[in-house]
Design a protein around this ligand. Structure first.
Ligand SMILES: Nc1nc(=O)c2c([nH]1)NC[C@@H]1CN(c3ccc(C(=O)N[C@@H](CCC(=O)O)C(=O)O)cc3)C=[N+]21
Length: 281
């Protein structure tokens, strides 16, 4: 069996082409104004700086703008909250991205939750999560929402299927599980204290790797014909799942790189466009 490649890189490019037209139309309607994404990077972690730069570049590729805010590693929670408040009150800003992780002296949850719901285009607030979980309108958390858009494009059946999410982080595993549940999958959430992890993963029709450890999920845990989604990203250019031995015995898989990562960025900018469309009426 040759697996289908869930090609996030190509899909993100295709979505960008569609967005470019929508951005043009919006600008024409809004007297040349364009949606703006504010990106906040606290500290100088080189990998985080690279990701934030990629997000700004993606905005510009579709004709939107980004405003890059860089704060020192010594920033306090109060200072970051003040910056977020300023962006919440700036009518020219349509989306706010606070890059995770922030330095440890900062209360990251409080700062995420300070982002106003209508500018939470990265889907990181408790309110957005709760609304999404209840099937109410909210911007989705960028990585899991990007995965859902990828699965939808490739028409991967979710209804009634057993999805096993390995990982339970606030901006990946938990929202992923709720989105799959909303799509009528039967969802199991596994984590570092799960017993019999290989046996649980073996039952999965759809496996989502979201643990943040390189190739932690072994190929022989995964059943033939499963759909494999790897949300991990590591400097070694590999994900959370040992992919190589799987490529000729699963139904479909996301490559790393070129799978989930580009869809994450695309979802962030797509939701920024949606926010701009709302603001410009
Ligand atoms: N508030 C917040 N929201 C996030 O969405 C968020 C975050 N914080 N912190 C860090 C993670 C990580 N993340 C990635 C996005 C794109 C790629 C990506 O496009 N990767 C390329 C490879 C890029 C390369 O390394 O050259 C790919 O997979 O093809 C990877 C990782 C977003 N995150």
């Amino acid at each position: 069996m040759t697996a289908q490649i869930l090609d996030g890189k190509t899909l993100a490019q295709q979505f960008e082409d569609e967005m470019r037209t929508r951005v043009e139309a919006l600008k024409a309607k809004a007297d040349g104004r364009t949606p703006i994404l504010a990106t906040i990077l606290v500290g100088a972690d080189p990998a985080s700086a690279t990701y934030v730069k990629m997000k700004g570049n993606a905005c510009r590729r579709v004709g939107m703008e980004s405003e890059a805010i860089e704060l020192p590693a010594s920033t306090t929670t109060e200072q970051l909250l003040a910056k977020i408040d300023e962006l919440n009150n700036n009518p020219d800003v349509h989306g706010i991205l606070l890059q995770h992780p922030v330095p440890e002296q900062i209360d990251e949850r409080a700062c995420f939750d300070a982002i106003s719901l209508d500018k939470d285009v990265d889907g990181v607030t408790c309110l957005g999560f709760g609304r999404m979980s209840m099937g109410e309108a909210a911007y989705g958390c960028a990585t899991p929402k990007g995965i859902m858009r990828l699965l939808e494009h490739y028409q991967v059946p979710l209804e009634g299927k057993h999805a096993v999410v390995v990982g339970r982080s606030a901006i990946l595993g938990k929202p992923m599980a709720m989105m799959l549940l909303e799509a009528n999958a039967t969802v199991t959430i596994c984590h570092s204290r799960t017993q019999n992890l290989p046996e649980l993963v073996k039952q999965a029709d759809i496996v989502v790797g979201a643990v943040g450890r390189p190739e932690f999920i072994k190929a022989d845990w995964i059943k033939d014909g499963a759909v494999v989604v790897d949300a991990g990203y590591h400097p070694e250019k590999c994900g959370d799942i040992e992919l190589a031995p799987l490529v000729d015995r699963v139904a479909a898989y996301t490559p790393v790189p070129g799978g989930v990562g580009p869809m994450t960025i695309n979802t962030l900018i797509f939701q920024t466009l949606q926010s701009g469309e709302k603001a410009f009426g």
